[in-house]
Design a protein around this ligand. Structure first.
Ligand SMILES: [Zn+2]
Length: 149
């Protein structure tokens, strides 16, 4: 079946369903199609908006945050990184798995402001960031991973 946008002599618009365009022409020539509003049988096919547009596919502009390249450091050396991590570990309180909760509490000033570290799932980190909590992921050296003070 094909749908055609049709119009009568009185500028009424309506849709007509036909088996094919030949079927449409045959029915119009035979005055078998009449306007449902006024009964006028002088029907003309109107351009179908959907079909007219299909020629040029307009892609909607991509919406989304721009992709910002993340900061990378080169030649840090494992020693520098290890020292940095040590420093962070010494100056943070390990809250372990309670990290997302604690981070949130501190953010909303429900807990004393302090530096904390701990574990959080990707989803947790995403949620925290959305709430405006500053979260930094840092690779822990193997000998430090899982250690609690
Ligand atoms: Zn009409």
């Amino acid at each position: 079946m094909i749908v055609f946008n049709l119009g009568c002599e009185n500028s009424h618009r309506f849709e007509g369903w036909f088996a094919s365009s030949e079927d449409f022409e045959r029915q119009v020539d035979g005055k078998l199609v009449a306007c449902p509003l006024c009964g006028n049988a002088n029907i003309a096919r109107l351009p179908n908006a959907a079909h007219v547009k299909s020629g040029a596919k307009e892609r909607p502009a991509r919406v989304g945050p721009p992709v910002v390249p993340s900061q990378q450091y080169a030649n840090m050396g494992s020693e520098v990184l290890a020292k940095l991590v040590e420093h962070i570990i010494e100056n943070t309180e390990d809250v372990g798995a309670a990290f997302p909760e604690e981070a949130r509490k501190i953010h909303y000033r429900e807990a004393p402001e302090r530096r904390i570290r701990g574990t959080a799932s990707r989803d947790d980190v995403e949620a925290l960031k959305e709430e405006g909590v500053e979260v930094v992921a840092l690779p822990l050296p193997a000998h430090r991973a899982g250690k609690t003070h």
